[in-house]
Design a protein around this ligand. Structure first.
Ligand code: FAD
Length: 493
């Protein structure tokens, strides 16, 4: 006999959405298994910036998320352009090079607004405008050029804490230090529970349905080497150290179908001085995403990307990878006084090299070819523009002229001291390879039939993200497919 109606493996955003959804859909005994001990709970969700990308036709549709915002920011909604489903889809398809699964993409986008509203109400998630990461202040008015406006207050920490509180209040049991090892099946192939490693040994836990919401393999260096290849085994991990690919391994071993880009991952430029596994307290402070207002130089003294190709929310996830591919996995971001004012506040958590001349700046940098670095900056300055038409709020078209590797926007000369150089590397956030699901979040087997009793959500869903992802879509995907998985699992009772 099953001791539970629904077992949910994992305790991040997707799993918690699934748990509350299962509960409200009629499942009585719902349990969350969290492999981490209580002090390390919550997965990448805890580390995240809490940014939520939702579609809205009118800026005032954001009112339920931002009560009272106009008291703090006068005429707040006047500065926000609608972010329609059409635009969301265009952005998703553009950054994923047209590879996002159309069915999953539509489910994500069509449900984004309603589901986040549901989650915010259900878990009492407080939100705020995502000014410091996604906003640009022009003449006292906030604008949000990338389409993303809201985030959870206190970022991922606030979001995760709200989910745990809501689950507790809903009577959902949370077993800490309970790491699922295997899926249990009956003779008919239905998933009927999990074998879990708990503090006092191995335990079999039975349920009428199991939902896997236990993340990707980003924290597992062997799996990174296996699927992502060099140099990903050496990447610093931006989030939890507990996402070791367990759920994917368990599901594949009973015949689940792999889906999506298994060589793909989300990564970002981060402070090169961060530890191999990110610090839990500092959460999402490692990012160095203001490169579009400067240039990046590697150990050979060379630029290697068009830093101004697009606004940061559409390039940061792939530029992390580009930095990691450079010699030593490292690059410096260089700014002058015209642009340092536009750096995200997170840059304050790092220690830049500061110098009054370009020569002194380069001398202080830990790179192999300093002469080439000087040459690169000189060449860039010859082809860059004055800052008269510089506009940080949009792609300003201020591009280099006749530079072999162009910078397409925000290409102003680096000529106003003191200069600043920030050491950066590529940190891995999460992996894109996942499991094939249907529109009910049921896991599909390699025989193209659903595996009875098994559902998944969050980072474990394959097919949505390829090459890149539009920032803020990860958490929303977790809530959308988590909510669906919870409802579907409750139907198994
Ligand atoms: C630094 C950082 C910033 C980010 N910022 C944003 C952002 O602003 N907006 C956005 O949309 N996305 C952001 N992301 C991505 C986002 O955090 C993830 O997409 C999302 O949190 C994934 O949710 P999840 O529930 O699938 O997984 P997670 O939140 O990672 O949860 C996985 C859970 O599974 C548990 N677990 C693992 N293995 C087992 C096992 N065998 N048994 C039991 N439990 C297990 C883990 O301990 C954890 O509780 C960010 C990520 C990072 C790291």
């Amino acid at each position: 006999m099953s001791e539970y109606d629904v077992i949910i493996v994992g305790a991040g955003n997707a799993a918690q959405a699934a748990a509350l959804s299962a509960k409200e859909s009629g499942a009585d005994k719902v349990v969350i298994l969290e492999k981490a001990h209580e002090e390390m709970r919550g997965g990448n969700t805890h580390w995240s910036g809490g940014i939520l990308r939702i579609a809205f036709d009118d800026s005032r549709m954001l009112k339920p998320f931002l009560p009272g915002v106009e008291n703090k920011f006068l005429n707040f909604y006047d500065g926000i352009q609608p972010y329609t489903k059409k635009r969301y889809k265009e952005d998703l398809l553009r950054v994923t090079q047209g590879r996002s699964d159309p069915e999953l993409a539509n489910i994500l986008i069509d449900n984004s607004y309603d589901t986040v509203k549901w989650a915010v109400e259900k878990a009492k998630i407080e939100c705020e405008p995502a000014c410091s990461v996604c906003g640009v202040l022009v003449n006292g008015q906030w604008t949000f050029p990338g389409g993303v406006v809201i985030r959870a207050k206190h970022e991922g920490k606030g979001l995760s804490a709200s989910w745990f509180e809501a689950s507790k209040n809903a009577g959902i049991e949370i077993r800490y230090g309970s790491g699922a090892l295997e899926l249990l099946q009956n003779d008919k192939g239905k998933v009927i529970g999990v074998l879990s490693k708990e503090k006092d040994g191995l335990k079999k836990l039975y349920a009428k349905a199991v939902i896997l919401g236990c993340g990707g393999f980003e924290a597992n260096s062997q799996m990174r080497a296996q699927y992502l290849g060099e140099p990903w085994d050496q990447a610093k991990v931006r989030g939890t150290s507990f996402n070791q690919g367990d759920g994917l391994r368990m599901a594949l071993s009973i015949g689940a179908m792999p889906c999506g880009q298994w060589t793909g991952r989300h990564s970002t430029p981060i402070d090169a001085d961060w530890p191999d596994f990110a610090d839990r307290e500092r959460g999402d402070q490692s990012n160095r995403l203001s490169y579009s207002f400067g240039i990046m130089i590697n150990r050979k003294g060379l630029r290697f990307v068009d830093e101004g190709e697009d606004t940061k929310l559409y390039t940061y996830a792939k530029f992390g990878a580009e930095i990691l591919k450079q010699p030593g996995g490292k690059a410096y971001q260089i700014f002058d006084q015209k642009t340092v004012q536009h750096l995200e506040p997170r840059y304050k958590t790092g220690e830049p090299i500061v110098a009054d001349t370009i020569d002194e700046l380069v001398e202080g940098m830990d790179i192999d070819d300093k002469a080439q670095a000087l040459k690169t900056i000189k060449e860039y300055n010859l082809c860059a523009q004055s800052a008269n038409n510089f506009d940080p709020t949009c792609k300003d078209g201020l591009s280099t002229v006749d530079l072999s590797l162009p910078k397409s926007n925000w290409a102003t000369k680096i000529d106003e001291p003191p200069y600043e150089a920030y050491p950066t590397t590529g940190g891995i956030t999460f992996t894109f390879g996942g499991l094939k699901i249907n529109s009910d979040a049921q896991v599909i087997g390699t025989d193209w039939r659903p595996i009875p009793g098994l559902f998944t959500c969050g980072e474990m869903v394959g097919g949505l993200f390829h090459y890149n992802y539009p920032g803020g879509a990860g958490l929303v995907s977790g809530q959308v497919f988590g909510r669906i998985a919870g409802k579907s699992a409750a139907n198994e009772i």
